[in-house]
Design a protein around this ligand. Structure first.
Ligand code: TRP
Ligand code: SF4
Length: 406
């Protein structure tokens, strides 16, 4: 997982496909995690609209509206544009540029072997996914990550393979393009810029690592580099690369930060998903939420009020696990297994908890929905900020690939 590595970028990047209004599964599975991360790291969160087209290229009309609905739900849930940069992928063309440049060095087999490739093709059989865009989608994701030189990528289990591919591509890229002509001399010049003491220590630590494989020395050297304030970005990358005996690290390898799978299944106990029709959307009308929850299935053994049940077999129980305190949960365990309480009674505290949780979210969502400019301005700012960072990376990438004609 994500034990911090010295010298590793503390930038977090994550994207979400625009699937329209978000539901409690997204909120408890992804968004709450983002809310914590945005205060701990420099975060970039984006709407992966190009990713949506890789599978939904035949229905572009849905994407448009879904984008704004999703942005509003992020903001309403507390994603804070003061703390995190939020933007839309297609507005930052550098993602596409890096995608095409990386495609030059991506062996086809690497893409064909990504586990989601065949799985998804199977799962979405009604769609023709024998397209280049679909095969290249994990590469686009790699470009998303690398263009910000993000160090940490919060993803679910199903996406870990994509981050792994990203790491391999970064390594390959640095290997091919990081060895600029005369890189050893350039690295030696950079060492001198650390000052006498710094340079001496760097050399000692580097030798200890390169000659004896001393990993502690490598870590110490990275910390030393992290602390240097007077060296340029280019020199810093040279020095990181040189430490490990290689060239410049232009694209650092990211790490995945595994988001625990959501504890919030749908109303029927399956995964909460629009396609199963078992969701509570963040912006569902409170009366509808109440109705949906009152009619949600319970342990099938409780046919009559005086049949005992087992919370483990009941879709209501996971809601108690998320929303109820110990006392209420004990009351459910006892009441259910002895038929001491009825199911409607049992559901009442979670219905109230869900409504209470959603109330401020819905109030904020109403504000954003009534004034579309609010979200548009936030996204405009975010896109600009994202573009600046992406452009910095691309300047170096172009230079490394011989595309900086002057
Ligand atoms: N592929 C991700 C998904 O389908 C979304 C995504 C696109 C993403 N680019 C990313 C996630 C970069 C993390 C980092 O859920
Ligand atoms: Fe489910 Fe609660 Fe009914 Fe037991 S009492 S079956 S936990 S709703």
């Amino acid at each position: 997982m994500s034990t911090p590595i010295p010298g590793q970028s503390q930038r977090v990047l994550s994207g979400m496909r625009p699937t329209g209004q978000l539901h409690l599964g997204h909120y408890h599975g992804v968004l709450k995690n983002w809310l914590t991360l945005q205060h701990e790291y420099e975060c970039f969160f984006f709407v992966a609209d190009w990713h949506a087209l890789t599978t939904h290229y035949e229905s572009p009309e849905v994407i448009q509206e879904n984008v704004w609905d999703m942005v509003i739900d992020w903001l309403a849930s507390g994603v804070d544009p003061e703390s995190a940069t939020i933007f839309i992928q297609s507005r930052v063309k550098e993602h596409a540029e890096l995608h095409v440049l990386l495609s030059m060095i991506t062996p086809l087999g690497w893409l064909e072997r990504v586990p989601t490739y065949k799985d998804q093709q199977e799962a979405l059989r009604d769609k023709d996914l024998a397209t280049y865009g679909f095969l290249g989608y994990p590469l686009l994701q790699s470009a998303d990550i690398l263009v910000y030189r993000a160090g940490l990528v919060p993803v679910g289990e199903d996406q870990v393979a994509h981050v792994e591919l990203t790491r391999e591509l970064a390594r390959r890229f640095n290997h091919i393009y990081g060895r600029e002509p005369g890189y050893e001399e350039k690295a030696e010049d950079a060492v001198k810029k650390m000052g006498k003491k710094g340079a001496k220590l760097y050399r000692e630590l580097r030798t200890a690592y390169v000659e004896q494989g001393d990993h502690e020395a490598l870590d110490k050297a990275r910390v030393l580099l992290e602390k240097q304030q007077n060296i340029s970005l280019g020199d810093r990358e040279r020095l990181y690369g040189y430490l490990e005996g290689g060239g410049k690290i232009i694209l650092p390898e990211p790490q995945s930060m595994l988001t625990p799978s959501s504890r919030m299944p749908g109303l029927d106990g399956q995964k909460m998903s629009k396609s199963y029709n078992n969701t509570i959307a963040l912006r569902d009308d409170p009366a509808d939420i109440e109705k949906k929850m009152r009619t949600m299935p319970t342990d099938p053994a409780r046919v009559r009020r005086d049949d005992a049940g087992d919370p483990q077999k009941c879709p209501v129980w996971p809601f108690h696990e998320v929303y109820s305190d110990d006392k209420t949960r004990a009351w459910v365990q006892e009441g259910c297994t002895t038929a001491g309480i009825g199911c409607i009674e049992c559901k009442q505290p979670v219905i109230e908890a869900v409504l209470t949780e959603l109330e401020p979210i819905q109030a904020r969502a109403r504000e954003y929905a009534s004034d579309p400019l609010l979200a548009r301005n936030i996204i405009d700012d975010g896109c600009k900020r994202a573009e600046e960072v992406a452009e910095e990376t691309m300047t170096e990438v172009r230079e490394a690939m011989g595309l900086d004609y002057k």
